[in-house]
Design a protein around this ligand. Sequence first.
Ligand code: SF4
Ligand code: MG
Length: 333
Amino acid sequence: ETPLLEVRDLKKYYPVSSPLGRGQVVKAVDGISFSVPQGTTLGLVGESGCGKSTVGRSVLNLQPPTSGAVRFQGRDILSTSRKEWRALRREMQIVFQDPFSSLNGRKRIRTLLEEPFHIHGMGTGTLQQELDTLLDLVGLPKNSLNKFPHEFSGGQRQRIVIARAIALRPKFIVCDEPVSALDVSVQSQIVNLFRRLQRELGLTYLFISHDLSVVHHISDHIGVMYLGKMVELSTNDNIYTRPAHPYTLALLSSVPLPDPVEQRSRAKIILTGDLPSPMNPPSGCRFHTRCPFAEARCSVEEPSWREIRKDHWVACHFPKMASDGGGQHVPSA
Ligand code: SF4
Ligand code: MG
């Protein structure tokens, strides 16, 4: 079966504009491949600056990639006509991090929710029916329509943003750090809303977050990015219980586990050193400057992308396997 979204060897390079970096390029995304089956969520995780937001904007062609292929329902979105693109665009939406800046504060909620219909045309019901249904779907009270964004809390504003995104019943939504600006107590409510909408509307998500525990709560598959590269990609369960890439282990080290016994047996990897510049990434494996398992080969030879078990891909010369403890592997000092 064709996945809803298929991305092959996606690259996004930017020329550097600052005087110090003139003539250089930033390889924000440097050859990434993945696919997202219909009705599922791929979580994309990594530190800020790793390129995950660029991936999200590139697959919607909001930032046209430098090279690579992006197929949506089997069609290459990078080579569609304007007319085709308009039709495709209503199937693909994006929700950003900041519900404060993504809503125009001078407009009432009614106007904000009507806009998608004015731009792309109506569905079957009347406009009022559509708005009522939207409020229902995202769990906002009926009397919201005549209010302004500032009359709502952060979580409620994100509900309004989500209502706009689902107004035209898209198939696919890029969620770019959609809960990162919210209080922790509100984050799980919004994540649960995304999950419920996925079930009810059959949505497919690319869910981007720097927070692995957030991604864990919503994803079927998880991809881990480091400096423009995908370093590990597998099922949520494999990433959580059998991580193979040292960087994934490091990210997991900071995620609390509900089970204290598991917590104690899991390797603690504290990353040292700063994130290197994507303008001048380290040779060989880009993680070698911070990896506690690095050997001589790692700074010379770039690890290939390989499948270490079914549906579990990793780019590392020395992946941690279940036989050597998987996520329990502890580096010698
Ligand atoms: Fe660490 Fe080497 Fe694997 Fe890179 S290839 S993650 S440096 S062990
Ligand atoms: Mg970002």
